[in-house]
Design a protein around this ligand. Sequence first.
Ligand SMILES: Nc1ncnc2c1ncn2[C@@H]1O[C@H](COP(=O)(O)OP(=O)(O)OP(=O)(O)O)[C@@H](O)[C@H]1O
Length: 303
Amino acid sequence: MDDKKLLFIYNPRAGKGQIRNNLLDIIDTFVKAGYVVTARPTQYAGEAVELAADRTAKYDLVVCSGGDGTLDEVVTGIMKSVRRRPIGYIPAGSTNDFAQSLNIPKNMAEAAKIAVSGRMFACDVGSFNEKTFVYIAAFGLFTEVSYETSQDVKNVLGHMAYLLEGMKKLRDIKSYHMKITTQDTVIEDDFLYGMITNSVSVGGFKGITGKYVDLSDGMFEVTLVKVPRSLDELNQTLAALAQRDIDTAQMYCFKTSWLKVETEEEVAWTLDGEFGGRHTEIVIENQKQALHIMVPGEENEAQ
Ligand SMILES: Nc1ncnc2c1ncn2[C@@H]1O[C@H](COP(=O)(O)OP(=O)(O)OP(=O)(O)O)[C@@H](O)[C@H]1O
């Protein structure tokens, strides 16, 4: 019988470069699980998309390691590839929201074991016009932050950087007038922030996307924060966010598998924490269970 082949794509700069202390153990774990391993450090931003799109069909399993940005790139590539391979994920970034949602441990050696001998889970993926996102498409206040914060600042300060930059921005709140269409409704309003998610945690905050999140139900959780009309309303909004109480008068919260967002002016979006371009019209669609990803356990459902 031929050996099983594994392609390991990792971002050597993700997080604090923590892959350096773990690489030998990770590769050893793959070999012990019966794989012939090709290890490929990414050489530049965006390369993981090309690698996953062009090279993965020849492998039985693709494992990636890095932050949310690298995971996004690998999944984007997999969605474009002729034969979609299952993936394993070893988190190495600063926040790793998606890994938390899937209960993938932060410890790289443990995550490596799960990548090769865990349970395969069919997870939803988002399409955003022509692009792909794994767990979050967002606009507004805090999103302007994450891609303006340089890679180096992110590495040193972790997600504190997100929070501090966010606080600086509160002085000049920008609002977004939008028309949002779903299968069931049309909403037109002014928003501060919006996120379309398939995740239990965002920015390290667990539960912020709502209750009963199911990553394989074909539905996104949509959270749209309205522009506060007074300082009081602003405080209420921030308190609601801090207490993770998302069902308030300040927000729209609903589930949908499809939505269209239209604006007069171009709006900057982030996809999985990285810049997703400026757009006046986007269509977001849930690709139900399109990604096969290795998660802990054998039979229990991942949440
Ligand atoms: N060799 C490289 N040099 C520079 N940038 C790279 C390289 N390899 C990958 N990148 C880019 O770095 C970006 C951020 O990487 P990633 O998300 O993996 O780490 P992080 O930013 O530390 O983690 P997090 O997003 O969780 O904070 C990715 O968009 C990726 O394209």
